[in-house]
Ligand binder design. Structure first.
Ligand SMILES: Cc1cc2nc3c(=O)[nH]c(=O)nc-3n(C[C@H](O)[C@H](O)[C@H](O)COP(=O)(O)OP(=O)(O)OC[C@H]3O[C@@H](n4cnc5c(N)ncnc54)[C@H](O)[C@@H]3O)c2cc1C
Length: 497
């Protein structure tokens, strides 16, 4: 396969700027010349098992007889209520059981009767999603993997990789094309984030925080003028954006924000501070969207451009993991922000940031799956290579069971992430599923990193083994964008508790 890179042979060229033609051409190639199902290789080593997904899957068009899909929506999506309305206890149903048989229901509700819609649940990814995975997997393997250890050791922000990701169209995957994004969807974005995290979390969080936290608020709540001003450089990846919600005294309780903004002479005068903010202080950071108290019981969101007098950014914070990502403390001292930088309606900031966090959780959940998958990949290879008691340790059932458990949980976690992303893409409620996916994959990645390191024994504790970096990078997945406890609170609320 050709290597994606600055020459633009990747996703952007395939899908962006003449992207339809390029995609068609790529799909035609794939259909005409199906490739061997090539397993993924990391550091030149074959990784069968979960990593052995084909790099270019070709799906035959699914034959859907009868009516177009839209005609089925009432039955398939909200179908439960149609069927439930049929339940009339003891009211004329045969043998008084009150429940019409499945066969009878099909006859009544499906125009073609039983067998009308055998499509069921389609668990295949579309060709576009396969193409995104193919492109990002190749990029992560060829461009990120060789640099990851060095970037982590030096705590160096990966400018060169961000530029290449931008070239590939991966810095604005779910942003519409008219604003310079790739115009794809949440599922494609989640797949990309998963594939990056599989190899390196610092690069992945740079993309995820920029997209979900930095760019999304402007897309979702900005007016047309704000979108046109801010989105093109952000969605193209030329510049980065950040979201400043957390404060020293307002973490899980983010509504307790103390940062204040007062209107004076046509500006918002901001005073306060934010902590642990991703992507705010790089050389290419354009702005941070902050939450600020604009009245006694009122929170609003403001876009603060980098370089605004009174906006001070600390040196990068030293961290356990995500060492190559940019994390800063921000201070605002009589910082005058233009009045027109208010995002959406004044006083809607609380609702807005909850919505942003719901969406962001899908990408952090994708990171959980990616990290677990990466840990599995490393442990699998190591277990085959490491010999003790005269045989590979993968021969021992204790090691096999660990790998089997990891493989099983990864499949489960991926399913939760894809479903949350799919719901969002359908325009359906997804907050509960996003919180479930984030909670499950956060804890899954913890178990996977721990087991994978255990399989490496003492070598896994050494910096030169990648698993030690994954182990350090994992913990934040149970803290950022809402701790495990906060996810449980969100889920419980959705359960009506
Ligand atoms: C590397 C990194 C990057 C980050 N990037 C960003 C960013 O870009 N933007 C941003 O705004 N924030 C960012 N954050 C902040 C992150 O979202 C917060 O750290 C997180 O929300 C938790 O807040 P806290 O650290 O103040 O912990 P606290 O809220 O103080 O929580 C401490 C502990 O108490 C528990 N707890 C709190 N309340 C309850 C409760 N009601 N019931 C049960 N348990 C509870 C928590 O679960 C946790 O275990 C980042 C953090 C890190 C470390």
């Amino acid at each position: 396969m050709s290597s994606p890179g600055p020459t633009g042979s990747g996703y952007r060229r395939r899908l962006g700027g003449g992207r339809k033609e390029a995609l068609d051409e790529r799909l035609r190639e794939a259909l005409l010349e199906p490739r061997d199902l090539e397993p993924i290789r990391l550091e030149g080593r074959l990784i069968p098992g979960l990593g052995a997904q084909p790099l270019a899957l070709v799906h035959e068009p699914v034959d859907r007889p009868g009516k177009p899909l839209d005609a089925l929506e009432g039955y398939m999506c909200g179908g439960g209520s149609h069927l439930a309305s049929e339940y009339r206890p003891g009211a004329g149903n045969r043998k008084g059981r009150g429940v019409r048989s499945f066969r009878a229901r099909c006859k009544k509700f499906l125009p073609g009767g039983l067998g009308y819609d055998r499509r069921g649940v389609d668990l295949d990814l579309s060709q576009e999603h396969e193409l995104v995975r193919d492109t990002v997997r190749e990029f992560a393997r060829e461009r990120v993997a060789p640099l990851a250890e060095e970037l982590d050791r030096e705590g160096r922000f990966p400018y060169e990789l961000v530029a290449e990701l931008a070239e590939l169209g991966l810095m604005g995957i779910p942003i519409p094309e008219r604003y310079g994004g790739a115009g794809s969807d949440t599922l494609a974005y989640a797949i990309a984030v998963e594939e990056l995290t599989r190899v390196d979390s610092s690069v992945a969080i740079t993309v995820a925080a920029h997209t979900s936290l930095g760019t999304m608020p402007i897309l979702l709540f900005g007016n047309e003028q704000q979108r046109e001003e801010w989105l093109p450089p952000l969605a193209s990846g030329e510049r980065l954006a950040a979201f400043g919600l957390t404060e020293p005294d307002a973490g899980s309780d983010a509504g307790a924000t103390r940062t204040r903004a007062e209107q004076r002479n046509g500006s918002w005068i901001v005073n306060g501070s934010k902590i642990f903010i991703t992507n705010a202080g790089t050389d290419i950071s354009a702005c941070v969207t902050i939450t600020a108290r604009t009245g006694e019981d009122e929170i609003s969101n403001l876009v603060v451009p980098n370089g605004t007098p009174g906006y001070e950014i600390s040196a990068p914070l030293k961290k356990l993991g995500w060492r190559a990502s940019d994390t800063r403390e921000l201070a605002f001292r009589d910082c005058a922000v233009p009045a027109e930088n208010l995002l959406g309606e004044r006083g809607q900031g609380f609702r807005q940031f909850l919505e942003i966090l719901d969406g962001g959780r899908i990408s952090v959940a994708a990171m959980g799956v990616g990290l677990a998958q990466g840990a599995y990949d490393l442990a699998y290879v190591y277990a085959k290579e490491r010999h003790q008691f005269g045989r590979p340790i993968s021969d021992f059932q204790a090691v096999q069971f660990r790998l089997a458990d990891m493989a099983t949980e990864i499949e489960g976690g991926r399913g939760l992430v894809y479903r949350a992303a799919w719901l969002k893409d359908q325009g359906r409620p997804f907050a509960r599923e996003a919180a479930m996916a984030k909670l499950y994959t956060g804890e899954l990645s913890n178990r996977a990193a721990n087991w994978a390191l255990q399989i490496h024994g003492g070598y896994g504790y050494m910096d030169e083994y990648a698993i030690s970096r994954l182990y350090r990078d994992q913990k934040i997945l149970e803290i950022g964008e809402g701790t495990n406890e906060v996810q449980r609170m969100v889920i419980a609320k959705h359960l009506g508790l």
